[in-house]
Design a protein around this ligand. Sequence first.
Ligand code: CA2
Length: 147
Amino acid sequence: MEKKIKLLLLHGPNLNMLGQRKPEVYGVESLKDIEARLAAAALAHGVELSCFQSNSEGEIISRIHQARDNEDGLIVNAGAYSHTSLAIRDALECCERPFVEVHISNIYAREPFRHHSMISALAAGVICGCGTQGYLFALERLVRILS
Ligand code: CA2
């Protein structure tokens, strides 16, 4: 029997507030809704999915370190840390696992300070502006890469 693919869905700061404010930018789904929908899609693909959200840069980095031993790939929405965190970039490099970067909104249609991501150059793919459907695209892409 083939080994099950294990993926981590990782969310950064303020994304625990999804569905509570700014529906015109981020939609109406809560983080729990997104995680449940992705877990159902993962199950349909025979993938094991773990979910993690933190508002703390250090906790995010520690979870990325754990992914090196526990997961085969990552779906990462690092929130505002995408634009600022060299430390998260370095953690993803140390992790040596393919990851797809997801942004719910189109960061290029927003303020200039959102146009650059510290982690995009390391990503196996980058999806933005597709709303929460972007997470499904990322899952499908990682399944293809890892199969
Ligand atoms: O579009 C995305 O997914 C972002 O990663 C979301 C981040 C933002 O800093 C990035 O530039 C793009 C912000 C998440 C904040 O989430 C909120 C949710 C509800 C209400 C207010 C903020």
